[in-house]
Design a protein around this ligand. Structure first.
Ligand code: PLP
Length: 384
């Protein structure tokens, strides 16, 4: 690939944290100063305010702030009592943190294939994977598109099993008008700096409408404490700190506006790519997609990525190796060919930059280069 094909234009990164920081710098610095002046570093007013604001945002009864999205999943699984001998239905087309905490608790992940339209777990295959040992279904709202919850509720109710939402990529998304975070027994969110709602470091949240789970989650995140020196259960240190809590609060005030900008950019891409061999993501009319990632599919993914890279446009693949093919998951008995839709997706997906700070000019440039690459692959195919 010849250098300089971006004609001296600035490269477009996959994420631009500095641009966002510039916009909210004064507010963030004031919030940090307020926390440091108080020297209340944990379990203080910022954590409580964030929990209240976030519960309201998700229309959930409780929000329990924790140290990361992984903590949120681990504590949720633990609060549900998942452990040795229990089977939990999960997609394989997800980040490994959906699955690893189950393994740490001794539970057995049972991988189920995806619906290629939404990249989320396919409810018809969930039904077929249920056994007398199944204790829960994990619905991952991957890329920001909610899973097909109605069928999942139906199956879960029929079999008396729990539903966990992995909403780490989907803050602000809605399913039939209801926000994610209020659609299952409990939901896990991540505020790591790469997600739509971000801390400047690690942070996460669990939301739930169940009082019993909320109480256990509050204990589990802080050494099983019921008072300073009294421990009602074993727990861990999965607390959020006040600095991260206050930063997430600042970001929450801008989240809706930023989500709308993501949706606007996504709409422009989708209109431009229709009818080419670069397949845009679909958005069911039952949902509000929040485009944490804008993921296209192409049988020519390698060529497309190479072209964009050569002209200075960063891309990603989320995720190139499905969980069931990762080394530590081999013991669960899945292998190449077990989940055809998942494996096909892993070979065809490409994530384009979609953050709110992208300028209209940058969006135009990305569209132009994707279409140019589509023409290139078309020529390559007809020559073949
Ligand atoms: C980011 C993410 C997690 C883990 O969140 P962390 O805050 O990084 O621990 C879990 N599941 C999914 C789907 C994610 O995207």
């Amino acid at each position: 690939m010849s250098p300089g094909r971006n004609n001296g234009r600035e490269p477009i990164p996959f994420l631009d944290l500095k641009a966002e920081y510039r916009e909210q710098k004064a507010e963030v610095l004031a919030a940090i100063e307020r926390v440091l002046d108080s020297m209340q570093l944990y379990d203080g007013p910022e954590t409580r305010a964030l929990e209240e604001e976030f519960a309201r945002y998700c229309c959930a009864r409780h929000a329990i702030a924790v140290g990361s999205g992984t903590d949120a999943l681990l504590l949720t699984y633990a609060a549900l009592g998942l452990g040795a001998g229990d089977e939990v239905i999960v997609p394989s087309h997800t980040f490994i943190a959906t699955v690893a905490p189950l393994a740490f608790l001794g539970a057995t992940p049972v991988f189920v294939d995806i619906d290629p339209q939404t990249f989320a777990i396919d409810p018809e295959r969930v039904e077929a994977a249920i056994t007398p040992r199944t204790k829960a279904i994990v619905a991952v709202h991957l890329y920001g598109h909610p899973a097909d919850m109605a069928r999942i509720w139906e199956i879960a109710a029929q079999h008396g099993i729990a539903v966990v939402e992995d909403a780490c990529q989907a803050v602000g998304a809605r399913y039939r008008g209801r926000p994610v975070g209020s659609l299952g027994d409990a939901a896990a969110f991540s505020f790591v700096f790469t997600k739509n709602l971000r801390a400047y470091g690690d942070a996460g949240m669990v939301t739930t409408n169940r009082d019993d789970l909320a109480e256990q989650l509050r204990r589990l995140r802080d050494h099983g404490r019921v008072s300073k020196y009294e421990h009602a259960a074993f727990g861990l240190n999965c607390r959020i700190d006040e600095l991260q809590a206050t930063i997430v609060r600042v970001a929450l005030r801008r989240l809706e506006e930023r989500t709308e900008r993501r949706r606007h950019i996504a709409r422009r891409y989708t209109e431009a790519f229709r009818g080419t061999d670069v397949l845009p993501p679909s958005e069911s009319d039952q949902v509000r997609h929040v485009y944490h990632l804008y993921v296209v599919r192409s049988r020519w993914r390698g060529e497309l990525a190479a072209h964009l890279n050569a002209v200075g446009i960063a891309t990603g693949v989320h995720y190139p190796i499905p969980c069931h093919l990762q080394e530590p998951c081999r013991k669960y008995g899945f292998g190449a060919g077990s989940l055809p839709e998942t494996e096909r997706a892993a070979g065809e997906i490409l994530s384009l930059p979609v953050y709110p700070e992208l300028t209209d000019e940058q969006v135009d440039r990305i569209i132009g280069e994707v279409l140019a690459a589509a023409d290139v692959t078309l020529t390559a195919r007809s020559a073949a």
